[in-house]
Design a protein around this ligand. Structure first.
Ligand SMILES: NC(=O)c1ccc[n+]([C@@H]2O[C@H](COP(=O)([O-])OP(=O)(O)OC[C@H]3O[C@@H](n4cnc5c(N)ncnc54)[C@H](OP(=O)(O)O)[C@@H]3O)[C@@H](O)[C@H]2O)c1
Length: 375
């Protein structure tokens, strides 16, 4: 293997609501079970905005940025340990989120092999980088927060419990939502209700939604109530809130959830959006939101995908095996993506952040080149 450089360029956040800067940081040689990836593409996600403008999950500054995915080539592997079959030269994509040597917006990341997925041929790096964060999020939120089963491999003839009961996905055109529709449909859920703006309805129904509703329509809650109204209790057993906006999603959901409904909310709950002028406000305990407005017996949980490694099966299988298989078999398609340009990595990161802050992302993921040169 070619020698690694000792240092590299990384994008960093010097303080809350402060423009990104470039830092020169070490490249960490891999230990047993680790691989080094030369990062070519990354994605900027709402979490980058929550961190940059709201200081979310940042213990100290400067803080290296990027946990929205990193795609590139394996350039070094540790001696020994479980390398999940990875070899030098493999094209991989990683959901690596512990910061420091894993921070995605730097030229080389050093990560445990179980955080990487081999990219099937025919899938480009920039398409692949849209996938792992929110695909992992669906497996985690479904199993840990909604008590829905997603067995792997799917047993012959298996159908999920409540397969034909409404499964409501609010924010279905988000990256999280698009993966949710694809995954739940593949696992046999037949009554997926997608809430998104009208321009996305045709696509969402094509990938598996049984019916779509427009959240921009004032009557959306009544339309969903009318559609799901039957004698069963709860009418909608499972709700996935892919947005976590106090006014935009949680408030309408209080009118749709009944005793026994499980509601999983993407954290943070956004009390106030980030804008050019003002800091955002977040709440990390979903159960503290709208107390008294939920019906008795509704179970509200906040999703924290960063805990998915607590599930040993997912730790070993999700990124190394399940993500590549779903991509290879075309069960899950990468998100549509928009390439963000800029003269340097810092500029590209900043431009992506500005697009996120202006809320211009709709049914797509922002991706950009980390390194200026090919491997
Ligand atoms: N805690 C966790 O583990 C975890 C994991 C993953 C993501 N998240 C969080 O989940 C949120 C979504 O992430 P993402 O990457 O999927 O975002 P994204 O793709 O950037 O979200 C953009 C989409 O949000 C939709 N949207 C905005 N407000 C809406 C509303 N009131 N109702 C319905 N749809 C609405 C828009 O839909 P239209 O185009 O239809 O207008 C747009 O397509 C972020 O806050 C992220 O930080 C949390």
């Amino acid at each position: 293997m070619a020698p690694l450089p000792f240092t590299q360029k990384a994008v960093a956040l010097p303080g809350k609501r402060t423009p990104f800067v470039e830092l020169v940081v070490p490249v960490y040689p891999p230990v047993a079970g680790e691989v080094v990836i030369r990062v070519q593409w990354t994605a900027s996600t709402p979490l980058d905005l929550h961190r940059a403008d709201g200081g979310l999950l940042i213990q100290k500054y400067p803080s290296l940025t990027g946990s929205g995915g990193a795609a590139g080539t394996v350039v070094a592997i540790g001696e020994g340990g479980d390398l999940k079959g990875l070899e030098i030269g493999d094209r991989v994509v990683a959901f690596a989120f512990h910061g420091g040597k894993e921070a995605n917006h730097q030229e080389y990341i050093t990560i445990p092999a179980y955080l990487a997925s081999k990219i099937p041929s025919g899938v480009s790096l920039e398409a692949a980088v849209t996938v792992p964060v929110n695909l992992v999020t669906i497996f985690h939120s479904a199993t840990a927060d909604l008590n829905l089963e997603l067995p792997w491999p799917i047993p012959e003839g298996w159908t999920p419990k409540n397969a034909d009961k409404p499964l409501l996905i609010w924010g279905a055109a988000s990256s999280v939502g698009i993966f949710a529709v694809q995954v739940f449909r593949h696992w046999g859920y037949t009554n997926i209700l997608a809430v998104a703006s009208g321009k996305h309805h045709e696509y969402l129904c094509k990938i598996g939604a049984a019916k779509a509703f427009d959240y921009r329509d004032d009557g959306v809650v009544n339309q969903i109530l009318a559609y799901t109204n039957d004698d069963s209790d709860p009418n909608i057993p499972s709700i996935l809130d892919c947005i976590g906006s106090l006014d935009g999603t949680l408030k309408p959901l209080t009118k749709l959830a009944h005793r026994g409904t499980n509601v999983a909310v993407m954290l943070p709950v956004i009390l106030k959006d980030a804008t050019e002028e003002e800091e955002p406000e977040y709440e990390l305990d979903a159960a503290k939101c709208l107390i008294g407005e939920w019906a008795d017996g509704v179970i509200v949980r906040g999703v924290r995908t960063h805990f998915y490694l607590n599930n040993e099966f997912f730790k070993q299988k999700l990124q190394p095996e399940i993500v590549p298989a779903l991509l290879r078999e075309g069960i899950v398609k990468p998100n549509r993506h928009r390439v963000v340009e800029g003269a340097t990595a810092v500029e590209r990161a900043q431009n992506a952040l500005d697009i996120l802050r202006r809320k211009e992302v709709s049914g797509e993921r922002l991706v950009w080149r980390v390194s200026e040169t090919e491997v």
